[in-house]
Design a protein around this ligand. Structure first.
Ligand code: ZN
Length: 259
């Protein structure tokens, strides 16, 4: 039977999300690892993927590992840096940057450390797990850029060190065993509590305390939309859930917004 004969069809998920975005005044986006999968960055929580296949991330990416043996820590973590340096934003990141430019979303809260939202042109990016963009000397507070850190790593001299203090640098990312950056979390919570729409993309929404953010939006009377393939604790509360490829889904939402 031709589709037009079916009569009044239910609008597609993308059309429903586009309508929610149109109707919102203070929409905010929350992203997790799933948005960077089309950029070739595996989600380390998916079993058997890439770099994290044979190691326990909780052990090798732990603050105690960095404190205890920085050379060994960097021997592993440096591979992660090297694998991320050539990655580029994908259409999903670009659609979000465009929505911000159009004034349709206020900002992006992300659990990702890959800096791809900024590369795509998003301006208000709240990186609650930090970013690989810089590494830091905890003694003098000096920051060293990703390019320089990768150069130092390629020189093969163990942990990259501060030129002034000669102490090992720490990546500006939140390692296991560390608290989340207070300022970023406060800003994320404020955005979530003020949002009339939170669009959660590529996150299982199970990692605390980030998982509390959709609840803040809901409690304040805001709506939730999900763009993620896996199950989340908020599936029943969401107005709409898109489960296809994240880049395809967001491109479809973008196209609906042009209509
Ligand atoms: Zn220093």
């Amino acid at each position: 039977m031709p589709a037009q004969a079916v009569g009044a069809r239910r609008p597609s998920g993308a059309a429903r999300l586009a309508a929610l975005i149109r109707g919102a005044e203070r929409a905010v986006v929350l992203t997790g690892a799933g948005i960077s999968v089309p950029s070739g960055i595996p989600d380390f929580r998916s079993p058997g993927t890439g770099l994290w296949q044979n190691v326990d991330p909780m052990e090798v990416a732990h603050i105690d590992a960095w404190r205890g043996d920085p050379d060994r820590f960097w021997a592993f973590y440096g591979q992660r840096f090297a694998s991320l340096i050539d990655t580029r934003p994908n259409p999903a990141h670009r659609v979000l940057a465009e929505l911000e430019r159009q004034g349709r979303v206020r900002g992006v809260i992300t659990q990702n450390i890959d800096r791809l939202h900024r590369m795509a042109g998003s301006r208000r990016v709240i990186e609650v797990h930090g970013s690989i963009e810089f590494s830091r000397c905890l003694r003098c507070g000096g920051r060293v850029s990703l390019d320089r850190v990768v150069e130092l790593l390629r020189a093969g001299d163990g942990a990259p060190k501060c030129v002034e203090c000669s102490v090992p640098l720490k990546p500006d990312v939140v390692l296991f065993g560390e608290l989340l950056p207070e300022e970023a979390m406060a800003e994320a919570q404020q955005l979530a509590a003020q949002a009339d729409l939170m669009i959660c993309i590529g996150s299982s929404l199970t990692v605390y305390p980030v998982a509390l953010l959709p609840e803040l939006t809901r409690r304040a009377g805001g709506r939730l939309a999900l763009v993620t393939a896996g199950e989340t604790p908020f599936d029943c509360q969401a107005e709409v859930k898109l489960e296809g490829d994240v880049a395809d889904e967001l491109e479809a939402v973008r196209a609906e917004l042009l209509v």
